[in-house]
Design a protein around this ligand. Structure first.
Ligand SMILES: [Zn+2]
Length: 593
């Protein structure tokens, strides 16, 4: 590793002195170049890109358990919808049975009345030998002509009563049959509901079990996240102070960094500067000088400004979208474009275009401020960072969900290095993402915002478990202290502004990102309403609960959102709609535009 002058001059930014002895004093270089480096620790998860979405970098066991919990949660949601349908079916069957019973009782009453009447008639005709009077004639006749056609009164009345008796018997028989069928249907519906209730109970028990099983691993993962965040902050700030020491040293020596143009030709450098040797001879776009008998790397002013801006962005959150040029949140290529364009070296927008148009330099010659394009090649050029020294780079990292100092990837994961100070070239061919390969942007798998085939947010992103996303990785929505994933926060803010245009006030938010502990607490208090801990889209920073009218279906506020939120990427998911067993008009998720 120590061969070559290029390495000896490597600017060890991530925690080391920036000066090495002059070429004439090579024997004074410490035997171990590591002595010069004060690494603040390797950020977990940056070494090997884990292509599985939602994988907990701190503890795969947590990811496994959260997946189990998510399956149970999905099962519970599906069952809730079926229980609701079964309840409605049972209600209908019960009403039909009641109706059939009433009809049967009425038919019986009618039959009894006619029987009583027949008994009375028989009594009057055959027992007391009396003649039917006109009132009873009227009562019994089935039509007026019967009264007038001169038939025997008694025959007429008997025939009329037989016919009425027959039809009453018919009605009663049909009513009994209908009642039997309705009772059968009700029994079936009741059995179906009982079965679904028992399956729901079973799933709820499994949800409780996985929740308590998660407790230990979550505590451990949380401790690891906290520790990782602290190590990352230390590493970031150590790097920032080293960079400042470098620029301070240049200033103290009276070296004003020349422009990129002035360093373009190593054979014609400004006075006091010497060419920096690389693997193929003198390098363009950089130089060296001497301060107090020690060599110092001299970078172009534009490069120094760009790296300084990048250092200033350390700790800002990552935003999973193509723009991502800050100032609140960055994507990897957005960060690079923003800091270099701001320093007067314009770059294309996407990492692939940046590599295609960038003037390449060998990896061995990489200097601070060079761009490093990160693979593997099968995913194409989807990630880019700014070289800080031979081992570290500055990048907006999807898995660490922020702008960080990270390790340079190993060997063949580096697809190429380009030096923005050398300007652009006509676009060259660069690795493209293979067919059916993952979208692996900025070091993390990017899943489409909406879950396929559903009307809700997709959930898992980044390298942190659900509910353990560090505060610094989320963006404020501008309402209270509420935070969300940065792209969700940005679109929600825009949605709220549009809402205010109609209602004269911003959207009212009661809940947004919810920690794992918060989910456990809610689940304990409202088990029927709350998602199984570790499965809520609140825990991914992709859901809000709203107030101010939105909490009820049918209000003008809800109606406005139902009509307009989708174009901002926000939906009231299908499971929260009426008739699905878990009505939540207040709960909205970011499903992407
Ligand atoms: Zn909610």
């Amino acid at each position: 590793m120590r061969a070559g002058a290029g390495l000896a001059l490597t600017l060890v930014v991530a925690g080391a002195l920036l000066v090495v002895p002059t070429a004439g004093a090579q024997n004074e270089v410490p035997a171990d170049p590591g002595d010069l480096r004060v690494e603040a620790g390797v950020a977990p998860g940056t070494g090997a890109g884990d292509p599985r979405p939602g994988e907990a970098f701190a503890d795969p066991q947590v990811a496994d358990l959260q997946r189990t919990a998510t399956d149970v949660q999905a099962e519970l949601g599906e069952l809730a919808g079926r229980v609701e349908a079964a309840e409605a079916e049972l209600g209908t069957a019960t009403a039909q049975l009641q109706h059939a019973t009433a009809e049967r009782l009425e038919a019986e009453a009618q039959l009894n009345a006619i029987r009583g009447e027949a008994d009375q008639f028989a009594k009057s005709v055959f027992t007391s030998l009396g003649r039917p009077d006109n009132v009873r004639l009227l009562f019994s006749a089935t039509n007026a002509s019967d009264l007038l056609n001169g038939k025997s009164m008694v025959d007429h009345l008997r025939a009329g009563q037989d016919a009425r008796l027959g039809s009453a018997l018919d009605r009663q028989r049909r009513a009994v049959e209908a009642e039997g069928a309705a009772a059968g249907a009700e029994k079936t519906a009741a059995e179906r509901k009982t079965e679904l209730d028992s399956r729901t109970g079973d799933a709820a028990n499994r949800a409780d079990a996985v929740s308590s099983e998660l407790r230990g691993p979550i505590d451990a993962a949380n401790a690891a996240v906290v520790e990782q965040q602290k190590a990352q902050r230390d590493r970031n700030s150590q790097t920032a102070s080293n960079w400042k020491a470098y620029t301070d040293r240049l200033a103290a020596a009276g070296i004003r960094p020349p422009t990129a143009a002035a360093l373009a030709d190593p054979a014609r450098l400004p006075a006091g500067l010497r060419p920096l040797m690389g693997s193929g001879g003198p390098q363009a776009g950089v130089a060296e000088s001497s301060v107090d008998g020690q060599r110092i790397l001299v970078l172009p002013k534009e490069t120094i400004d760009a790296v300084t801006a990048g250092i200033g962005a350390l700790g800002k959150p990552y935003v999973p979208e193509d723009g991502g040029e800050g100032p609140v949140a960055y994507s990897c290529d957005g960060l690079v474009r923003s800091v270099f364009s701001g320093a007067g070296l314009p770059l294309p927008a996407a990492a692939g275009e940046q590599m295609a148009a960038g003037k390449p330099v060998p990896l061995a010659d990489a200097q601070p401020g060079d761009l490093v394009f990160v693979g593997p090649a099968k995913y194409g050029v989807q990630s880019v960072g700014v070289v800080l020294d031979g081992r570290t780079m500055l990048a907006a990292d999807a898995r660490l969900a922020g702008v960080v100092v990270a390790d340079m990837p190993a060997g063949d994961s580096v697809l190429g290095v380009a030096r923005p100070a050398l300007g652009q070239r006509p676009a060259a061919e660069v690795p493209q993402r293979g067919e059916n390969e993952l979208t692996w942007r900025c070091g993390g798998v990017e899943v489409p915002p909406a879950a396929p085939g559903t009307d809700q947010a997709a959930g898992a992103w980044g390298g942190f478990p659900n509910g353990l996303i560090p505060a610094g990785a989320l963006c404020p929505v501008g309402i209270g202290a509420h935070v969300l994933r940065c792209d969700a926060a940005q679109t929600f803010a825009a949605l709220s502004e549009a809402f205010a245009g109609t209602f004269g006030r911003p959207l009212c938010v009661t809940d947004s990102y919810r920690t794992f502990a918060g989910q456990v607490d809610l689940y304990r208090r409202k088990p029927a309403l709350a998602a199984v801990p570790g499965t809520s889209n609140h825990g991914w920073g992709l859901a809000v609960d709203m107030c101010g009218g939105v909490q009820s279906f049918g209000t003008p506020e809800y109606g406005w959102l139902a009509a307009n939120a989708r174009s901002f990427g926000w939906v009231n998911p299908g499971w929260a709609q009426p008739g699905r067993g878990r009505e939540e008009p207040w709960h909205w998720e970011f499903a992407g535009r």
